[in-house]
Design a protein around this ligand. Sequence first.
Ligand code: 3EB
Length: 328
Amino acid sequence: MSALPVDPPRALPPLRVTYAHAALDDVLADRGVLAAIDFGHGDAATRDPRHVRVALQPLGDAPVEVWHARGEVHTGREGEVRWSRDDDYLFFAVEIDEHEAGGPDAAAERAYRAIGHLLATVRFADGSPAHVLRLWNYLDAINDGDGDDERYRHFCAGRARGIALPEGRGFPAATAIGAIDGRRVLQVYGLAARADGERIENPRQVSAWRYPREYGPTPPTFARAMRTPAAQLLISGTAAVVGHASQHAGDTAAQVEETLDNLGVLFAAIPAGSTPTLLKAYVRDAADADAVRAAIRARLPGLEGLVILHGDICRRELRVEVDGIRGG
Ligand code: 3EB
């Protein structure tokens, strides 16, 4: 008796990400582009669902981050969420007006419910559901409000209410950074794949979802990194946090070194020397940009890409945060 021929499961290929020095229109003219992310204030002159303009000013070099697809790209909108996918990966983005939603917590809840709906609806060509790997969150004036009334804490509460996760799988990797543009629009975008990744924590740091009460009533819901089935490392926003405490308050140079120590621990989750590595560094004070760039380049001489963005970190004493992707 012969068994029916069954195709072996196709391994998930890596997501190719580059920092392109090209005009946005030229990037989007390429139908092989899954997503294009650029940076700056002001509306984009495109309604292409593959594009998001993050409302942070680039300081220095301002490339377009390009996620390259394999094969055909499908795009669409599901409620307030726009998306694109190939046969392996899904990009999605949602922007919620805080005034319309009723504040940063309501905006976050609405954004995450909309994303959850998309993820529950989308199927890849092979029938696989979407597994969220990575989320980026940007909201204006993240440190406004005192104590538990801080806008970041309200955002965390709404995100925790809205986020829908498969039972027992933990949280995706994430970034949450403050825009400085005065537009009260929450931007959330993310990456999902047809296969789930592995959540990575940093033994130097208390897991964010276990942060003690002093950091707010609702702990942030993210893993320190996600290792994809293609052995890429999706690195969450990483700062000078050791244990649960911020280090070197107000000292940018020391915070960059501590942040790089934390990144070094995360890098060990994939084979040594994995390339490429693309990073984004967020600086609270634009005057720190050159020093932060130089310090990161000095510690990571082989770095393939580095973008410095002007953004507020979610704890007031933190002056710098770094996220990125490594391997592939
Ligand atoms: C920290 O280590 C810094 O709320 O999604 C980093 C990455 C931080 C993600 C989030 C917050 C978030 O706690 C802050």
